[in-house]
Every structure is written in structure tokens, then in C-alpha cells.
Design a binder for this molecule. Sequence first.
Ligand code: ADP
Ligand code: MG
Length: 468
Amino acid sequence: MNNELHEEQKKFFSLIINDNNQSVFFTGCAGTGKTFLLKKLIEHYQTYTNKCVYVTASTGIAASHIGGTTIYSFAGIGQGKFPNPWIALALAKRKRSRQWKEGDILFIDEISMVDADLFELLDFIGRRIRGEDNYELYKKPFGGLRLIITGDFYQLPPISTKKQKEITDNKNNIINNNNECFRYCFESNLWKEHITIQYELRYIHRQKDEKFIRLLNKIRKLGSYIDEETEEQIESMMRPLENLPEEIVPTKLYCTNIDVERENTKQLKKLKDKEIKIYEMGEEFENEDYRKQLKDSCLAEQILRLKKGAQVMLIRNLDVEKGLVNGRIGIVKDFDSENDFYPIVHFSNGITMTIEPITWNLFDYELLISKKQTKKRYQNGEYKNTNIKNNDNNDYTELEIKASCTQLPLKLAWAITIHKSQGMTIDYLQIRLDNAFEKGQVYVALSRGISMNQIQILTFDRQKIKND
Ligand SMILES: Nc1ncnc2c1ncn2[C@@H]1O[C@H](COP(=O)(O)OP(=O)(O)O)[C@@H](O)[C@H]1O
Ligand SMILES: [Mg+2]
């Protein structure tokens, strides 16, 4: 697997690392390698500098792609709405004062899902905690904390509390969202003040085919208007997929959770084999709060049911070199009688292996600030050759695990929601677009695919494409 930065990514990489103070936002359409570049930057700062960095994303899933936590968890404010910012500040002060003070850089991926209110709240907290005894810092946005953020505002928007309620309440799962009640974070004056540098990546890595790239760009920008050519192209994908690798059933992307679960349960039942293996999650946690935080940020199933022939998806990177990465699809071939009957999975890249349980951890940011030590590891995800020692000066403490769960890194994957798919690359797709309720949903769904030959549109309603 090619792991080098592309020319354009390299250029922005150098510009960003050579400019130590300015906050920067880089964007680009789906598949331009925003997350790829962000990871390289994170690696750079963690490995070669003394900077104290925090790695976050707007959603737990996006965070797990870069070994980070959610922005809420970083800030210490949970996902709650507060009657006033002072309450959030008190909470953040109690839980995260130290990391707010010590942080040099805050990375955020999928910034499109952070709304202006949250962005302004973070600034409010940053100024007050970091500027507590330093008026110079108090005057600066975020109290002088440098932001390196990325995302694409044509993809999924912030989920406001109101929308969340509608989504869970509505039995028909069709959500009419005409009265949107959020502002994008770039609409905040604070954005203009703080994000002084913006770059745009243009080279698309995920898709190679020019025609498909043109179609995606059009859908991204079209808004509610669909021209004839686009409609024709979408219709041209409303045919069965050809040349599928042996036994791979394409991943179905649906708009809602209920449709997804229904489909996966249906497909599992349909398998001829009667034998069903049940894997229950092992859990340890300090309190329900931490448990919930961890659950929200990982895809692992409480109870995973598998049969021979089940289509599954890896939900963690096991071996990047071998292409065993998050999102890789495979089929359960058998259960390993010599290894606790864990499933033997044949993946779409030809590799077959027994998948064993792994552990997800939620760490607290009880952090280690060493003047000498350069390599730091802050996030949930794996430990990585980090030597965290207690020395005489008590400069640093152990990373504390607040909650952990152990489960197979697999999920049934005949179907997943478009929302969960943001950030993924998926080999073979069947997409239902008839009940898209969210701006950017159609674009996000289609742009997960690699080529038009590998995508089948199941249902499509041209009225439902929403963007601007
Ligand atoms: N320089 C690169 N070399 C090889 N693969 C890349 C490069 N940049 C991106 N990719 C691959 O392209 C796909 C899309 O990249 P990703 O970072 O997820 O895009 P984005 O976050 O902009 O949607 C991923 O599979 C990623 O590994
Ligand atoms: Mg991304």
C-alpha cells in the first residue's frame, strides 16, 4: 500500500508544519485525502516535536479512524446542551483544566458536523481556562490554542438536538427537516477571526474514473437541482452489479438505522447454515458516563451473532500494510475450533485469518507533560511504544483507562447507515436513496464508492437530493 503523501498534500504538509502558530482549515471533496493528510500531521507532531497535541473529530467513528476522541470528550463537556456557557466551563474546568492549559494544538476531523454554537463554546472555555492567569492568552481565540482542522461542508451537517429527537421519534424514519436550527461553524465570526489559513485539496484519491469524479462533483454542488445528465448517470447505475469477487455481497447503504438492522437480521436468517455463534462484549468501566462515552465512540457490538457465510466488516485497523483496515469487507468461512471458535474470515483483498477479540479503551487525559520526552500518546486506541514513567518530579502520570470493552472487531455488513459510512472507502455498494433526509447524504453515500461499476443504486427519488 502506498503510504506517501501526494504532491499537493506534501505542499500543504510543509506549509502547515513550517508555520507554527496560525490555525488552519483544509478542505476538499470526499476522497481527496483530508484524513490521510491529517494523520500524517498528527504523526509528525507526536513524533518529532514537543508539542502537546490533542486528536479529535466531531463523531466517535471519525475519531476512531485517527486514533482520537470526540471533541466533546476532549473538552470535558459531554454531549449535553447547557443553559449557559458558564456551566459548560465549570464542567470543563473540573474535568479537563489541565489539558486545556497544556494543549498546543487541537486537531479536528469532520469539522462540518461541529456547529457554530459548539465552536463558540470551545472558544469561550479555551479563553477562560488558558487565560486564567495570562491576559494575553485570554484575548486570543481559543486562548491561543492552535487549531488544525479539516472536513467538507458539502457532507453531513451538524446534528442539532432537535434533529436528533426527530430522528429517534419518527417511526416512519422519514424526517422532514425544513426548519434547520443550526449554523455551520464557518458562519461564526470567530471562524473568520481564528482560521486565518485555508487550503483546498483537489486531487481525488479514492476514485480514479474521470466520469465518476465529475458526477460526484456535480452532486456535491448541485443543491436540490438535478440536471438531466446527472439523472441519466444515476439511472445508469440502477442495474445489478457485475463481476463481483466470489461470495462477496455488496454493502448496502441505507439512510436509517432501522432499515440497516432489519436488513442485516434478514440476511443472517437467510443463511442456510443453522449453527449460530454468539459473542458477548466484555466490559469494564468506572461509571456509566465513561461507559457511554466509549460505546458512542466505537462500533463494537454488545452481542455479535455470526454464522458461516455472514458478511462482515472490520471495524478496526488490524494491519494497514496488508490492507486489513477499518471498512474492509469479508465473509465468515468457518469457526476456528483450535482458537475458541473465533470466526475465520476471508477478506475482499484475498487474505483469510482468524479474527480474535480486541479491546477498545477510553483513556482519561490525566496527562504526562514531560519536558524531555517527545513521544506522546494521548488517545483512545492503541498504546504505541510510549514509555510513560513516573519520575521523581512527578512530571507525568499513567494514562488512566476509564472504560474498556472487548469484542471481535467485526460487524455484520450487508447493510450500514450512510451516516456511519462517512469517512469510509467501500468496495462494492448498493445504495437506497429514496429516503435521504439530510443535506449531503446522497453525496456522502455515492462518494464512498471507488467506481461506478462497483455501485448499484437501488432506489432513487430526485426530489430528495439536498445540498447547499
Ligand atoms: N497520498 C495517498 N497515497 C495513497 N492513498 C491515499 C493518499 N491519500 C489518500 N489516500 C487514500 O484515499 C482514500 C481517501 O482518503 P481519505 O483521507 O479518507 O479522504 P477524505 O478524508 O478526504 O475523504 C483512502 O483510502 C486513503 O487511504
Ligand atoms: Mg475523511
